[in-house]
Design a protein around this ligand. Structure first.
Ligand SMILES: *Cc1c(COP(=O)(O)O)cnc(C)c1O
Length: 372
């Protein structure tokens, strides 16, 4: 990214001189890197400030452009707030929104999805991978249901892109949101894939101006951020497969340690359909916040970074059927490219020792006598 802050400073929209053309080449390189990662054409990539903006553009844009066809939108209760909040707003603007429930492991029911689709349905928005529990929704099956009915399919794939294979052609995805900082790229940059052919997706822009990004998102491009996102995609395409396999082994090792050395623990999310680097566990009789505070040198989170300030139990875990207490006793472990074997052993030690210590003071914990 560095040269694009200093020596290559042109505006990619200024095609009349070499400074601009150099910047435009860099942006094109990033489009191509994204295109080869998610199997789309470079022109189908619309750069945004992140996945929140991409989701907003997809939802409001598709809704307002498709308003002549209907007003029904289908989504799911475990989506990210950056989908759920726009949907709430759409309701105020006259939309009818169906929020599909999930099974105790966090999966949607395809029959329920099919039953929800009507002649009025213009958009289905279902995430590729959940940010708290790592559960994967069946993209291809959803895409074939929407495709057969001429309904647009948007997916918030922020947690999936660069981690697991995502193919917009194969899955019949029409709109896809992604974000730089969820895949080792910079913060403040993301993209929305907007299908150009069969069907050509129509979107009402949210930001109007100079007509950049096919008119869907006006404003001078964030060249440095875009270069960073492109490079993150290029590296992900090379390393994603081996990395996923390595992280699944480490994740399972961490889970095995926790589940063999502690009782009263629950693993949240579907075991089979899940991101390789995510582990979400509830430790009964332990408050998640206390666990975080007491555990030094381990960086884990109580749920979503976006709502963890609120001290509310996770709405995602509650949607799986967990009660408030159990949801509050949950921790999300996120492994990544730089996580080592030693760190997993260290984290397992700290978690196990801290949970045991906290339970000594928990009057309700049935095994309390044994560990006094
Ligand atoms: C992080 C995240 C977002 C928001 O992305 P930003 O780029 O921070 O706006 C949206 N959806 C999911 C699933 C996420 O994990």
């Amino acid at each position: 990214m560095e040269p694009y802050f200093t020596t290559v400073f042109g505006n990619p929209s200024s095609r009349s001189h070499s400074y601009g053309m150099e910047a435009e080449d860099a942006v094109l390189g990033a489009r191509e890197a994204i295109g080869s990662l998610i199997h789309c054409r470079p022109k189908e990539v619309i750069f945004t400030s992140g996945a929140t903006e991409a989701n907003n553009l997809a939802l409001f844009g598709a809704y307002h452009a498709g308003r002549d066809k209907g007003n029904h939108v289908v989504t799911c209760v475990t989506e990210h707030k950056a989908v759920l909040d726009p949907c709430e707003r759409l309701e105020k603007q006259g939309a009818r929104v169906t929020r599909l429930p999930v099974s105790p492991t966090g999966m949607i029911d395809l029959d329920a999805l099919e039953a929800a689709l009507t002649d009025d349905t213009i958009l289905v928005s279902l995430m590729a991978a959940n940010n708290e529990i790592g559960v994967l929704h069946p993209m291809q099956a959803i895409g074939s249901l929407t495709r057969a009915r001429g309904i647009l399919f948007h997916t918030d794939a922020t947690q999936a892109v660069g981690k697991i294979p995502v193919d917009v052609e194969e899955a019949g995805i029409d709109l896809l949101s992604m974000s730089g900082h969820k895949m080792y790229g910079p913060k403040g940059v993301g993209a929305l894939y907007v299908r150009r052919r069969s069907p050509r997706v129509r979107l009402e822009p949210m930001i109007w101006g100079g007509g950049q990004e096919r008119g869907f998102r006006s404003g001078t491009l964030n060249v440095t951020g875009i270069v960073g996102l492109g490079e993150a995609c290029r590296i992900a395409a090379l390393e994603m497969k081996a990395e996923g396999e390595r992280l699944a082994v480490l994740r399972d090792r961490l889970a095995d340690r926790i589940f063999s050395e502690l009782d009263e623990v629950v693993r949240n999310g579907d075991r089979e359909h899940s991101l390789p680097h995510n582990l979400n566990v509830s430790f009964r009789y332990v408050d998640g916040e206390s666990l975080l505070m007491d555990m030094e040198h381990v960086a884990v989170s109580p749920g979503s970074a976006c709502s963890s300030g609120a001290h509310e139990p996770s709405f995602v875990l509650k949607a799986l059927g967990l009660d408030d207490d159990l949801a509050r006793s949950s921790i999300r472990f996120g492994l990544g490219r730089f996580t080592t074997d030693e760190e997993i052993a260290f984290a397992a030690d700290r978690v196990i020792e801290t949970v045991k210590r906290l339970r000594r003071f928990s009057p309700l914990y049935p095994g309390r006598e044994a560990i006094q």
